[in-house]
Design a protein around this ligand. Structure first.
Ligand SMILES: [Zn+2]
Length: 166
């Protein structure tokens, strides 16, 4: 969907001024709130999450829908964070579901994740991980081992699950 199509269908994607909470005036569809979502995730499930959230919002009152604002969409610790000023339980569930999906979805292109980058934790597919690796290594005279850059995604999340259970 184009930005205009998205905003016509989901007016809550029209950007708002973070300080005043007002919708941006003279809006020309240059960007929407969804543009803050990392590219790969937007490709993989960006419009799906919006559609599901909107469906849930149809059960809200007109006033609740009118006052609703996205406060921030971003990546943190390799997964999707989607902050708003108001929500329902179902709304949180939908966001939670896609947050889990984001952990294993390439943040660059949206394909299934295969590697987690170390340092700045993000999921990458095999192709994007290799492209990054070659790009990093081309900047330095010596080659760093792959393991310094990436950890296998299954290994990473099996550890993470264990830590979470402790
Ligand atoms: Zn990729």
């Amino acid at each position: 969907m184009t930005n205009k199509e998205l905003c016509d269908k989901y007016p809550w994607l029209i950007p708002t001024n973070r300080w005043t909470g007002e919708r941006v005036k003279d809006f020309n569809y240059e960007f929407t709130e969804l543009d803050d979502m990392p590219r790969g995730w937007r490709i993989a499930f960006g419009e799906q999450i919006i559609e599901e959230l909107d469906e849930e919002m149809q059960t809200w009152s007109a006033a609740e829908r009118e006052n609703f604002r996205i406060t921030q969409i971003k990546e943190k610790w390799g997964h999707l964070c989607f902050y708003t000023n108001g929500e329902s339980e179902k709304f949180r569930e939908i966001i939670g579901k896609y947050s889990v999906t984001s952990r294993v979805t390439c943040i660059y292109c949206g394909k299934p994740g295969r590697w987690i980058s170390r340092g700045w934790i993000s999921p990458f597919c095999d192709e994007c991980a290799r492209e990054n690796y070659n790009h990093f290594n081309a900047s330095y005279s010596s080659q760093s081992p792959w393991d310094e850059y990436y950890i296998d995604i299954n290994e990473y999340y099996s550890k993470w699950e264990e830590e979470k259970e402790d």
